[in-house]
Design a binder for this molecule. Structure first.
Ligand code: CO
Length: 295
């Protein structure tokens, strides 16, 4: 990969890091989730990036894939454990990062530390030819040393231009990885820990979608909405909230696109044992002797 490409990744990573840290300061008891989501995404645009996916604000037993809808009225409550997952793209090159904060309380310090330290351990291993299996084993070891369980069916991922999941998966448990990383790979590492089952599942819509098969279906408005999605978000995830700014009936029309198999919907993923979940994430670029953390 040439230096120009890496510079775009680095710029995306730098903005994602700033947006993640900014979000953490915005989350307070009584603040609307919607206000935080809108403000953080605006922050990203002001810095010269674009959201690579809608900001994920997953609460408590939810691990991932929730963003408020345009009319969401919910507020952060004291004691909430909030996973903030932010993605920024610059010309399709993505920086992906996440952290977990607790709203007004300090009940879950060890759970939050478990994923932070698991992430550090994984980053320490990253260099050309590192086996992904070994990374999963290290993550599991650290999380279990805190007395928690890793979420086994969520993984980190390699990334390429406009591709959030470019082939490699970084497991959060041992015995679940295949392949190894190589020089120049761009990898998001994201351990999740819980005091619950360590498996997530979900059906309820998290207001996040992705275009899978753009094609013509009836109606001028639907055609226009598909074109809007294609031009603005390409193959990256987008939210109902964003579409609503373009089309006041987006919620209803997205349901039609979903039925027609044109878009995919991400359900909110919750721990099946109803445990509290924490997450930490960084994006790294594999270098000659290690890796660069760009977020
Ligand atoms: Co990620």
């Amino acid at each position: 990969m040439d230096e120009e490409v890496y510079n775009k990744y680095r710029k995306a990573g730098k903005i994602a890091k700033a947006a993640r840290d900014y979000s953490a300061t915005r989350i307070r008891e009584g603040t609307l989730l919607l206000d935080v989501a809108e403000d953080v995404e605006e922050f990203i645009r002001r810095q010269g990036g674009a959201p690579a996916f809608p900001i994920n604000l997953a609460l408590n037993n939810a691990a991932a894939h929730f963003t408020p809808s345009h009319d969401d009225k919910s507020k952060f409550q004291r004691g909430d454990v909030v996973k903030i997952d932010v993605g920024v793209q610059v010309d399709g090159y993505v920086g992906d990062t996440a952290t977990t904060v607790e709203v007004g309380t300090h009940h879950w310090g060890d759970l939050l530390r478990a994923t932070k330290e698991a992430l550090d351990a994984a980053i320490d291993l990253m260099k050309p030819a590192t086996r992904l299996d070994d990374v999963g084993a290290a993550i599991q070891r650290v999380i279990e040393s805190f007395g928690f369980v890793p979420v086994e069916n969520l993984t980190g991922h390699s990334m390429e231009r406009y591709k959030l999941h470019a082939g490699l998966s970084v497991p959060n448990v041992m015995g679940d990885g295949s392949g190894s990383v190589k020089l120049g790979d761009v990898i998001a590492i994201e351990p999740f820990a819980t005091n619950g089952a360590g498996r997530v599942d979900g059906k309820k819509s998290g207001n996040i979608y992705r275009l899978i098969r753009p094609r013509q279906i009836g109606g001028k408005e639907l055609t226009a909405l598909i074109a809007h999605i294609n031009e603005n978000y390409s193959t990256l995830p987008f939210s109902e909230r964003w579409c609503h700014k373009y089309d006041r009936k987006a919620k209803h029309r997205l349901r039609k696109l979903l039925k027609a198999g044109i878009i995919h919907s991400y359900p909110v993923l919750k721990d099946v044992g109803d445990g509290i979940v924490s997450q930490s994430e960084h994006t790294v670029i594999i270098t000659d002797f290690g890796c660069d953390v760009i977020t």
